[in-house]
Ligand binder design. Structure first.
Ligand code: HEM
Length: 225
């Protein structure tokens, strides 16, 4: 007589049930919201500097404002989709249903634009090859993660799609982590005499590695089978 195999409780759980157990700790959720705020603030600061160039900004900031104004169209093509990306991100992360919805499609579309324009922006990079190398590494990782997520979505493997999209988001939010690092370099530059051209690249490497590693650590703890 053939034995009837009973499915385990785990197997009967829908992806959305098991998803609900993966609640990020408070420090990570706080860090996420701070990154979103920094991203929004960075875009707002840049758009305001385009519309109302300041005459009273410190010389280092004024030089940066001038540099970005020299390729304003490309900068806007990068930062406006980037702004939308970070605004849609919470809708994807905190949505109850884990089925594919419009935020997923919006993230794929905006992510491609942000990634391609980030490569183009790095042609003018303030931090030279140190910054450019960070962009090549992390932007490529970001686009690769988006691509894997898209493939899993097409195959209907929703948990893997979510995992790779979260990885992409963690990498992208590295841009927000670069900002406080740059802030520290700016604040200490009267003592250290280090210029933006010297510290932008270091800040990019620190910011993107930090967010990528934190994201990876959390994903491996919570999503590995
Ligand atoms: C994969 C993610 C991203 C990469 C690789 C990236 C890369 C870059 C690069 C290379 C530049 C030019 C910097 C320079 O000229 O030295 C830049 C500028 C900029 N990016 Fe991104 N970016 C990313 C995502 C974002 C996000 C999510 C935001 C905000 C929502 C953002 C906001 C800005 C702003 C405002 C600028 C203009 C410079 C400034 O005002 O500081 N970027 N980005």
């Amino acid at each position: 007589m053939s034995k009837v195999v009973q499915p385990s409780i785990e197997a009967l759980r829908s992806p959305s049930d098991s998803e609900r157990t993966r609640v990020a700790p408070l420090w990570l959720r706080l860090g996420f919201w701070i990154c979103v705020l920094i991203g929004v603030g960075a875009v707002a600061r840049r758009v305001i500097a385009f519309v109302h160039p300041s005459n009273s900004a410190p010389p280092e900031l004024a030089a940066l404002d001038k540099a970005f104004a020299s390729h304003a169209a490309l900068t806007l093509a990068h930062i406006l989709p980037a702004l939308l990306f970070v605004l849609v991100t919470p809708l994807f992360i905190f949505r109850k249903s884990k089925e594919t919805g419009w935020p997923d499609y919006a993230l794929f579309l905006l992510g491609v634009v942000v990634g391609i324009t980030a490569y183009a922006m790095s042609a003018y990079s303030v931090g030279g090859w140190v910054e450019r190398s960070a962009v090549l590494v992390f932007n490529t990782l970001f686009l690769y993660s988006m691509f894997r997520a898209y493939l899993y979505m097409r195959r209907g493997e929703l948990l893997l799609k979510r995992q790779w999209l979260l990885r992409a988001i963690a990498i992208l939010l590295g841009i927000a982590v670069t900002r406080p690092v740059m802030g520290i370099f700016f604040a200490t530059s009267p003592l250290t005499h280090i210029q933006p051209s010297q510290f932008f690249g270091i800040a990019f490497w620190i910011g993107f590695s930090t967010s990528t590693l934190i994201g990876e650590f959390w994903l491996r703890r919570n999503y590995s089978q």
